[in-house]
Design a protein. Structure first.
Length: 269
Protein backbone atom coordinates (compact mmCIF):
# COMPACT_ATOMS: atom_id res chain seq x y z
CA UNK A 1 0.00 0.00 0.00
CA UNK A 2 1.42 3.38 -1.05
CA UNK A 3 2.25 5.87 1.69
CA UNK A 4 0.20 9.02 0.99
CA UNK A 5 2.07 11.11 3.58
CA UNK A 6 5.77 10.37 2.93
CA UNK A 7 7.18 13.78 3.90
CA UNK A 8 5.13 14.12 7.07
CA UNK A 9 5.97 10.56 8.08
CA UNK A 10 9.67 11.19 7.46
CA UNK A 11 9.72 14.47 9.40
CA UNK A 12 7.89 13.01 12.38
CA UNK A 13 10.15 9.95 12.23
CA UNK A 14 13.33 12.08 12.32
CA UNK A 15 12.08 14.10 15.28
CA UNK A 16 11.10 10.97 17.20
CA UNK A 17 14.40 9.25 16.35
CA UNK A 18 16.41 12.21 17.69
CA UNK A 19 14.33 12.27 20.87
CA UNK A 20 14.76 8.50 21.32
CA UNK A 21 18.53 8.78 20.80
CA UNK A 22 18.73 11.54 23.40
CA UNK A 23 16.78 9.46 25.91
CA UNK A 24 18.84 6.32 25.27
CA UNK A 25 22.06 8.23 25.93
CA UNK A 26 20.89 9.44 29.33
CA UNK A 27 19.03 12.68 28.61
CA UNK A 28 15.89 13.00 30.73
CA UNK A 29 12.74 12.46 28.60
CA UNK A 30 10.85 14.85 30.88
CA UNK A 31 13.30 17.56 31.96
CA UNK A 32 16.53 17.73 29.93
CA UNK A 33 19.06 20.27 31.15
CA UNK A 34 20.07 23.26 29.11
CA UNK A 35 23.58 21.87 28.74
CA UNK A 36 22.21 18.59 27.33
CA UNK A 37 20.09 20.46 24.79
CA UNK A 38 23.04 22.58 23.68
CA UNK A 39 25.17 19.44 23.40
CA UNK A 40 22.56 17.89 21.11
CA UNK A 41 22.26 20.93 18.83
CA UNK A 42 20.05 23.59 20.40
CA UNK A 43 20.15 27.07 18.88
CA UNK A 44 22.45 29.23 21.07
CA UNK A 45 24.00 32.49 19.90
CA UNK A 46 27.61 31.96 21.02
CA UNK A 47 27.72 28.76 18.98
CA UNK A 48 25.12 29.30 16.22
CA UNK A 49 26.58 32.68 15.30
CA UNK A 50 30.10 31.37 15.67
CA UNK A 51 31.58 28.18 14.29
CA UNK A 52 28.40 26.06 14.46
CA UNK A 53 25.75 27.69 12.23
CA UNK A 54 24.26 24.24 11.55
CA UNK A 55 22.43 24.67 14.87
CA UNK A 56 19.81 26.87 13.21
CA UNK A 57 18.71 23.68 11.43
CA UNK A 58 19.45 20.99 14.03
CA UNK A 59 17.48 22.82 16.73
CA UNK A 60 14.32 22.28 14.67
CA UNK A 61 14.59 18.54 15.32
CA UNK A 62 15.31 18.84 19.04
CA UNK A 63 12.67 18.92 21.78
CA UNK A 64 12.47 19.79 25.47
CA UNK A 65 10.83 16.69 26.90
CA UNK A 66 8.14 14.26 25.88
CA UNK A 67 5.21 16.68 26.20
CA UNK A 68 6.96 19.18 23.96
CA UNK A 69 7.63 16.71 21.18
CA UNK A 70 4.20 15.12 21.60
CA UNK A 71 2.34 18.39 21.06
CA UNK A 72 4.60 19.47 18.20
CA UNK A 73 4.32 16.17 16.35
CA UNK A 74 0.53 16.19 16.77
CA UNK A 75 0.45 19.64 15.12
CA UNK A 76 2.89 18.61 12.40
CA UNK A 77 0.92 15.48 11.57
CA UNK A 78 -2.37 17.37 11.19
CA UNK A 79 -0.91 20.22 9.14
CA UNK A 80 1.22 17.79 7.17
CA UNK A 81 -1.80 15.81 6.00
CA UNK A 82 -3.12 18.96 4.35
CA UNK A 83 0.28 20.04 3.02
CA UNK A 84 0.77 16.68 1.29
CA UNK A 85 -2.37 17.42 -0.76
CA UNK A 86 -1.58 21.06 -1.55
CA UNK A 87 2.16 20.95 -2.24
CA UNK A 88 4.40 18.55 -4.12
CA UNK A 89 6.96 16.75 -1.91
CA UNK A 90 9.89 19.03 -2.68
CA UNK A 91 7.85 22.19 -2.13
CA UNK A 92 6.60 20.85 1.21
CA UNK A 93 10.06 19.85 2.42
CA UNK A 94 11.76 23.05 1.28
CA UNK A 95 9.02 25.21 2.78
CA UNK A 96 9.29 23.40 6.11
CA UNK A 97 13.07 23.73 6.15
CA UNK A 98 13.17 27.39 5.10
CA UNK A 99 10.60 28.34 7.72
CA UNK A 100 12.45 26.46 10.43
CA UNK A 101 15.63 28.35 9.54
CA UNK A 102 13.74 31.65 9.52
CA UNK A 103 12.38 30.91 12.99
CA UNK A 104 15.85 30.12 14.32
CA UNK A 105 17.30 33.32 12.83
CA UNK A 106 14.48 35.40 14.35
CA UNK A 107 15.19 33.78 17.71
CA UNK A 108 18.90 34.64 17.46
CA UNK A 109 18.06 38.20 16.51
CA UNK A 110 15.88 38.87 19.56
CA UNK A 111 17.56 36.78 22.27
CA UNK A 112 20.86 35.25 21.16
CA UNK A 113 21.89 34.24 24.68
CA UNK A 114 18.84 32.03 25.30
CA UNK A 115 19.09 28.49 23.90
CA UNK A 116 16.03 27.41 21.93
CA UNK A 117 14.76 24.12 20.52
CA UNK A 118 11.67 22.77 18.81
CA UNK A 119 9.95 22.27 15.46
CA UNK A 120 7.25 24.87 15.86
CA UNK A 121 8.98 27.61 13.85
CA UNK A 122 8.83 25.25 10.88
CA UNK A 123 5.29 24.17 11.81
CA UNK A 124 4.09 27.79 11.99
CA UNK A 125 5.72 28.36 8.61
CA UNK A 126 3.86 25.41 7.16
CA UNK A 127 0.61 26.87 8.48
CA UNK A 128 1.48 30.25 6.95
CA UNK A 129 2.28 28.71 3.57
CA UNK A 130 -1.01 26.82 3.59
CA UNK A 131 -2.96 29.98 4.50
CA UNK A 132 -1.37 31.91 1.62
CA UNK A 133 -1.77 29.04 -0.85
CA UNK A 134 -5.43 28.49 -0.03
CA UNK A 135 -6.30 32.19 0.00
CA UNK A 136 -4.36 33.26 -3.10
CA UNK A 137 -4.23 30.09 -5.17
CA UNK A 138 -6.89 28.91 -7.59
CA UNK A 139 -7.24 25.44 -6.12
CA UNK A 140 -10.01 22.99 -7.07
CA UNK A 141 -11.48 22.96 -3.57
CA UNK A 142 -15.16 23.69 -2.75
CA UNK A 143 -15.60 27.20 -1.32
CA UNK A 144 -17.18 25.94 1.88
CA UNK A 145 -14.30 23.58 2.59
CA UNK A 146 -11.81 26.31 1.68
CA UNK A 147 -13.31 28.80 4.12
CA UNK A 148 -13.54 26.24 6.89
CA UNK A 149 -9.92 25.18 6.43
CA UNK A 150 -8.69 28.79 6.33
CA UNK A 151 -10.58 29.60 9.52
CA UNK A 152 -8.98 26.62 11.25
CA UNK A 153 -5.48 27.58 10.09
CA UNK A 154 -5.86 31.23 11.11
CA UNK A 155 -7.29 30.19 14.49
CA UNK A 156 -4.35 27.80 14.99
CA UNK A 157 -1.82 30.55 14.30
CA UNK A 158 -3.64 33.19 16.33
CA UNK A 159 -4.22 30.99 19.37
CA UNK A 160 -0.63 29.79 19.49
CA UNK A 161 0.81 33.27 19.03
CA UNK A 162 -1.34 34.48 21.91
CA UNK A 163 -0.23 31.56 24.04
CA UNK A 164 3.38 32.31 23.17
CA UNK A 165 2.88 35.93 24.17
CA UNK A 166 1.54 34.90 27.57
CA UNK A 167 4.11 32.21 28.40
CA UNK A 168 7.67 33.23 29.36
CA UNK A 169 8.98 29.80 28.30
CA UNK A 170 7.74 29.83 24.70
CA UNK A 171 9.92 31.31 21.96
CA UNK A 172 7.36 33.40 20.09
CA UNK A 173 10.04 35.03 17.95
CA UNK A 174 10.66 31.68 16.25
CA UNK A 175 6.90 31.28 15.72
CA UNK A 176 6.61 34.71 14.11
CA UNK A 177 9.74 34.27 11.99
CA UNK A 178 8.54 30.92 10.69
CA UNK A 179 5.01 32.19 10.07
CA UNK A 180 6.16 35.24 8.09
CA UNK A 181 8.48 33.09 5.98
CA UNK A 182 5.68 30.64 5.30
CA UNK A 183 3.24 33.37 4.30
CA UNK A 184 5.80 34.81 1.88
CA UNK A 185 6.70 31.45 0.34
CA UNK A 186 3.05 30.44 0.05
CA UNK A 187 2.15 33.75 -1.60
CA UNK A 188 4.91 33.37 -4.18
CA UNK A 189 3.92 29.80 -5.01
CA UNK A 190 0.11 30.15 -4.83
CA UNK A 191 -0.64 31.22 -8.39
CA UNK A 192 1.46 28.40 -9.86
CA UNK A 193 0.24 25.44 -7.80
CA UNK A 194 -2.08 24.27 -10.59
CA UNK A 195 0.25 25.21 -13.46
CA UNK A 196 1.90 22.57 -15.69
CA UNK A 197 4.71 20.61 -13.96
CA UNK A 198 7.55 22.39 -15.75
CA UNK A 199 6.17 25.81 -14.71
CA UNK A 200 5.74 24.66 -11.10
CA UNK A 201 9.31 23.34 -10.99
CA UNK A 202 10.75 26.54 -12.47
CA UNK A 203 8.82 28.80 -10.08
CA UNK A 204 9.69 26.56 -7.12
CA UNK A 205 13.37 26.89 -8.01
CA UNK A 206 13.15 30.69 -8.26
CA UNK A 207 11.24 30.94 -4.97
CA UNK A 208 13.59 28.84 -2.90
CA UNK A 209 16.79 30.24 -4.38
CA UNK A 210 15.47 33.68 -3.43
CA UNK A 211 14.52 32.38 0.03
CA UNK A 212 17.98 30.88 0.54
CA UNK A 213 19.68 34.14 -0.44
CA UNK A 214 17.42 36.18 1.84
CA UNK A 215 17.92 33.82 4.79
CA UNK A 216 21.69 33.96 4.30
CA UNK A 217 21.64 37.76 4.23
CA UNK A 218 19.46 37.91 7.36
CA UNK A 219 21.71 35.45 9.17
CA UNK A 220 24.78 37.52 8.32
CA UNK A 221 23.00 40.68 9.52
CA UNK A 222 22.13 39.04 12.83
CA UNK A 223 25.67 37.73 13.09
CA UNK A 224 27.17 41.20 12.63
CA UNK A 225 24.63 42.83 14.92
CA UNK A 226 25.40 40.40 17.73
CA UNK A 227 29.10 39.91 17.11
CA UNK A 228 30.12 41.25 20.52
CA UNK A 229 27.13 40.50 22.83
CA UNK A 230 27.00 36.78 22.02
CA UNK A 231 30.55 35.94 23.02
CA UNK A 232 30.22 33.34 25.81
CA UNK A 233 31.60 34.48 29.13
CA UNK A 234 32.93 32.35 31.96
CA UNK A 235 29.79 33.15 33.94
CA UNK A 236 27.37 32.19 31.16
CA UNK A 237 29.21 28.92 30.53
CA UNK A 238 29.15 28.12 34.23
CA UNK A 239 25.40 28.70 34.36
CA UNK A 240 24.87 26.67 31.20
CA UNK A 241 26.67 23.61 32.51
CA UNK A 242 25.60 23.78 36.15
CA UNK A 243 21.87 24.47 35.99
CA UNK A 244 19.84 21.47 37.25
CA UNK A 245 17.06 20.00 35.15
CA UNK A 246 14.41 20.70 37.77
CA UNK A 247 14.97 24.46 37.62
CA UNK A 248 15.74 24.87 33.94
CA UNK A 249 13.16 22.77 32.15
CA UNK A 250 10.21 24.64 30.69
CA UNK A 251 6.71 23.50 31.63
CA UNK A 252 4.18 22.36 29.05
CA UNK A 253 1.65 20.92 31.47
CA UNK A 254 -0.99 23.58 30.81
CA UNK A 255 -0.62 23.76 27.04
CA UNK A 256 -2.01 21.86 24.07
CA UNK A 257 -0.30 24.15 21.59
CA UNK A 258 2.81 23.65 19.49
CA UNK A 259 5.52 25.66 21.24
CA UNK A 260 9.19 26.13 20.56
CA UNK A 261 10.83 26.20 23.96
CA UNK A 262 13.35 28.77 25.08
CA UNK A 263 15.39 27.56 28.01
CA UNK A 264 15.51 30.77 29.97
CA UNK A 265 18.34 30.13 32.41
CA UNK A 266 20.71 33.07 32.01
CA UNK A 267 21.05 36.51 30.51
CA UNK A 268 23.56 37.97 28.12
CA UNK A 269 26.79 39.33 29.49
Amino acid sequence: MRNTTPITTALVGINVAVFAAMTLTGVSPVAPTTAQLVRWGANWGPLSLGLQPWRILSSNYLHVGILHIGFNMWCLWNLGLLAEHIFDPWTYLLTYTACGLAGSIASLWLHPMIPGAGASGAIFGLAGALIAALYLGHLPIPKGAMRSTLRSLVAFAGYNLLLGRLSPHIDNSAHIGGLLCGLAVGALLAKHLTAPPEVRRAWRGITFVAAAVLLFVLFEMVKRQNAQPVQPTENSLHQLYSVPASSSSASLTDSTACPRMAKVTFCSA
